[in-house]
Design a protein around this ligand. Structure first.
Ligand code: NAI
Length: 304
């Protein structure tokens, strides 16, 4: 099969001044994409900022013969996002790919967390994905082509001590993806999620050095770049780290129909084993499939 290339494609990669985003931007550019390198340039907790980090990556791309422009806006800032999209449109006239990767941490147990730290993390990860997606959505619809990759986390899917804010935001982007996938399909807009594990400044204090050595960001990037390609699936949560790749899904058990007459709390308790039995569990493709199952189970029981 032919190599995956991005000639004539324009990509925006947010938070691409370092870590994972930088690798995604470098690889997209190496494969022919024109890239907007966005980065606010602040510290891990989101304080400070400047456009040097983005500019450095642009220089790297140019030195390797690629095309890129820098943007130092915050992904959570409406005017900044509008400016980022305008830069891409003025320079290249289209936007094919959005990799929403920018992120910060404000870790604390929920007991000690200020709501302000909760809100700012939601703002950067969730609204910082929604705002750039909204700004490119009409462009992608008009082009009848688009690829969006949101960045989730195992902390959102499975939980992680001290990350209630981050986990909420990271599962939020999956909910966002699930609906964009449906709404984007007729215009060939595919929306996927990456759940990475990589040694970056975000994780340098969270894992031992021997582990970090095996977790280079460049081991995640091929998965992201595949999700940016014409061949990308849609609605997939790709997990990636250390060179390993897998897919995460939300499954629902087959469950049990308990009837609608005299239904009691005790009946739910007494049927807990059946309700939670994984045999026959399924990953649904849209919300309505769940209610279809409820009605099917009702009919099966009443018909028997
Ligand atoms: P990183 O800290 O190296 O990169 C994040 C980048 O986003 C930084 O360059 C930062 O300046 C930029 N940024 C922060 N706030 C911004 C804003 N408001 N506007 C624009 N840019 C902003 O961290 P890393 O690890 O590369 O993280 C990339 C993404 O991957 C994040 O969404 C993170 O939550 C996610 N992730 C990373 C994991 C890991 O193991 N490194 C695990 C799971 C998810």
């Amino acid at each position: 099969m032919a190599d995956i290339r991005f000639e004539n494609r324009v990509a925006i990669v947010t938070g691409a001044g370092g870590g994972l985003g930088r690798q995604h931007a470098l690889e997209l550019a190496r494969r022919g994409a024109k890239v907007v390198v966005n980065d606010l340039g602040g510290s891990v907790d989101g304080s400070g900022g400047g456009s040097e980090a983005a500019m450095k990556v642009v220089e790297e791309i140019k030195a390797a013969g690629g095309e890129a422009i820098a943007n130092g806006s915050s992904v959570a800032d409406d005017a900044g996002v509008a400016h980022m999209v305008k830069q891409a449109m003025d320079q290249w006239g289209r936007i094919d790919i959005l990799v929403a990767n920018a992120g910060i941490l404000r870790d604390k147990t929920f007991a000690k967390m200020e709501l302000a730290d909760f809100e700012v993390v939601l703002d950067v990860h969730l609204m910082g994905t929604v705002k750039p997606a909204k700004a490119v959505w009409e462009i992608m619809r008009a082009q009848n082509y688009g690829r969006i990759v949101v960045t989730t986390s195992s902390s959102g899917m499975y939980g992680n001590f001290g990350q209630s804010n981050y986990g909420a935001a990271k599962l939020g982007v999956i909910g966002f993806m699930n609906t964009l996938r449906l709404e984007g399909q007729k215009n060939n807009i595919h929306v996927n999620a990456i759940s990475p594990v990589a040694a970056t400044r975000m994780t340098e204090n969270l894992m031992p050095p021997q582990m970090l050595e095996r977790l280079k960001p460049e081991y995640v990037t091929p998965g992201v770049v595949y999700l940016c390609s014409e061949e990308a699936p849609t609605g997939t949560i790709l997990t990636a780290g250390a060179g390993a790749f897998a897919v995460a899904r939300i499954y629902e058990t087959e469950g049990v129909y308990l009837g609608d007459k005299g239904l009691s709390v005790e009946e739910v308790r007494d049927n807990w084993t059946k309700i939670t039995d994984p045999a026959g569990q399924q990953a649904y493709q849209m919300a309505g499939e769940q209610s279809q199952k409820f009605f099917r189970k009702m009919q099966e029981t009443q018909g028997s």
